[in-house]
Design a protein around this ligand. Structure first.
Ligand code: TPP
Length: 549
């Protein structure tokens, strides 16, 4: 008779889920024993890295990935990036070991007490199989829960004594759909309203990228001749930012967002919350008299929209259907200009004063600005590359640089939750996906020196797998964005905003990467070009002027 372990791997194999990203403990080793050679185990050195790598890999493959972390404390360490995966709608099957069933009642060392409660509310389903022989079917159900819309992480707690139990190789393999079609009547109503509008505007969000609706999104925009904004705080870019109809990124606050849509009588939001606001700036959600229509794959997202009417459905299917339903019309002349101010592109309270420099060790050197760093990188970056971005003070500067204008699908990725410690491991996961799919695009991670510290161990995994990842660390020696916030909110005397004395290049070297410190734009240009040509993993510490954020 086969064991629970053998049947479980058999089910995962049938599902095509053959990548497991993990960090093991004694409660996980029984699962990993006799690890099948057609599966890949990717070791990461901290659970935040485990989940971030799994999410990047899943995004790059458009397929679920298994996460395996240690019981209890391991799952706790993983939670930050599980939250990010939940908000990013990424299908991860998160697993953690559990103590032996026979001892659980007495809560032995490493027992995951109330394991199913621990990752809630950030997983779609959380389950500890009631019997050992339910484990393979639990994986099947976990898969179905993770991939069906809205996709997201699920959790299984797996007792360590289950794996060697014998069981029938009962067939638990099933298939489920990953898209849902819209209600035809409501779709027709939406199409009619769009047809009746005199000045429609489109707002595209992450769902459109996740479901591969790049071409459909362009087609609808061109058919309507309508400008396209990205929803606030975009974790993906679903529309070409060099397209003449591209209008910019909506600001994440009520009044400025409403103002940005002025002049339109209909707002069609495709694949985004309505809306993901950040600072509280009261005002009108929409321009006077404007109507909002939302397309989303998530009933909860439809329910919590602050304004408008919703239609459930897959963004790609809805966009394609709408394009056939609505009449073609010429582009309106007043397409808003490309974003030129941080208010349009940055997720921050705009206009805050620049932070003070804390990088005393650089005082004698006229430091670069982030803009100069991006300009230098833009000279050699290839057209087709993947970016994972986590430099909070420099989102606007990046989006205004030549390399920050994303013109190809599936190229730009950012934390969907605002949690730091995501871009580095996610970039590593994307590099794994680039290799697995044969696309082999280089991955560039642009990250602040504060953000760099949260999942720095992911460099090691990239080095061990000989991936091609370039980490460009913008070193201003402080939590610049938090200084800006403090000033904006009129707060003084906030402690803990300077982080001097960190040798970033040495940290890169410590994990086996090529670590380099650059103090001029010429050095960045040369180092970045060399890193692109050489392949492998490079950490470029770009010392920037903290007063020029
Ligand atoms: C997990 C997590 N912890 C803390 C924060 C709060 N936070 C937001 S921005 C920031 C500072 C980022 O510093 P850095 O990356 O150096 O950016 P910059 O100085 O360029 O603004 C912190 C600590 C967060 N977003 N996520």
């Amino acid at each position: 008779m086969p064991t629970v372990r053998e049947v479980t791997f058999h089910v995962l194999r049938r599902l095509g889920v053959t990548a497991i990203v993990g960090n093991p403990g004694s409660t996980e080793e029984a699962f990993l024993a006799d690890f099948p050679s057609d599966f890949q185990y990717i070791l990461a050195l901290h659970e935040s890295c485990v989940v971030g790598i799994a999410e990047g890999l899943s995004q790059g493959l458009r397929a679920p990935v298994v996460v395996n972390v240690h019981t209890n404390a391991g799952l706790g360490n993983a939670m930050g990036n599980i939250i990010t995966a939940a908000l990013g709608k990424t299908p991860l099957i998160v697993t953690a070991g559990q103590q032996t069933r026979a001892m659980l009642l007495g809560e032995p060392f490493l027992a995951n007490t109330d394991a199913e409660a621990l990752p809630k509310p950030w997983v779609k389903w959380s389950y500890e199989p009631r019997r050992a022989k339910d484990v393979p079917a639990a994986f099947m159900r976990a898969y179905a829960m993770a991939v069906q819309p809205p996709a997201g992480p699920v959790f299984l707690s797996l007792p360590m004594d289950d794996w060697d139990q014998p069981m029938d190789d009962a067939l638990v393999f099933r298939t489920v759909s990953r898209r849902q079609a819209p209600d035809p009547e409501r779709l027709a109503m939406f199409a009619e309203l769009i047809g009746q509008s005199t000045s429609p505007v489109l707002v595209y969000g992450g769902d459109a990228a996740r479901c591969g609706a790049w071409e459909e999104g362009v087609a609808l925009a061109e058919r309507l001749g309508a400008p396209v904004w990205l929803a606030p705080l975009p974790e993906r870019v679903p529309f070409p930012q060099d397209h003449p109809l591209y209008a910019g990124v909506l600001p994440p606050a009520i009044a400025p967002l409403g103002a940005a849509l002025a002049g339109h009588d209909l707002v069609l939001v495709v694949g985004a919350p309505v809306f993901r606001y950040y600072p509280f700036v009261p005002g009108d959600c929409l321009p006077d008299g404007a109507r909002l229509l939302q397309i989303t794959d998530d009933p909860a997202e439809a329910a919590r929209a602050v304004v408008g009417d919703s239609l459930l459905g897959d963004a790609k299917l809805v966009l394609a259907a709408l394009a056939t339903h609505v009449a073609s019309r010429p582009a309106r002349v007043s397409i808003p200009s490309r974003p030129s101010s941080p208010a349009q592109a940055a997720p921050v309270v705009p206009g805050g004063p620049a932070p003070e420099s804390a990088a005393d060790e650089n005082a004698a050197i006229p430091a670069m600005t982030a803009q100069q760093v991006f300009a230098a990188m833009s000279e050699t970056v290839p057209d087709d590359y993947v970016i994972a971005f986590e430099a909070p003070s420099f989102m606007a500067a990046f989006s205004q640089s030549p390399m920050g204008r994303m013109a190809r699908p599936d190229s730009y990725y950012m934390t969907a939750s605002g949690g730091l410690g995501w871009a580095m491991p996610a970039g590593v996961g994307h590099a794994l996906a680039e290799r697995r799919t044969g696309r082999n695009r280089p991955v560039v991670v642009i990250i602040g020196d504060g953000s760099f510290q949260y999942a720095v161990q992911s460099i090691w995994t990239a080095v061990q797998h000989r991936l091609h990842v370039i980490f460009v660390v913008l070193k201003n020696g402080c939590y610049g964005i938090l200084k800006s916030f403090a000033a904006q909110m009129g707060l003084s005397g906030v402690p803990g905003l300077d982080i001097p004395g960190i040798d970033i290049a040495a940290l890169g070297k410590g994990y086996g990467a090529d670590g380099r410190r650059c103090e001029t734009a010429d050095q960045v240009r040369d180092r970045f070009a060399a890193a692109l040509a050489a392949g492998g993993v490079t950490v470029i510490e770009a010392v920037i002027d903290a007063t020029a954020g």
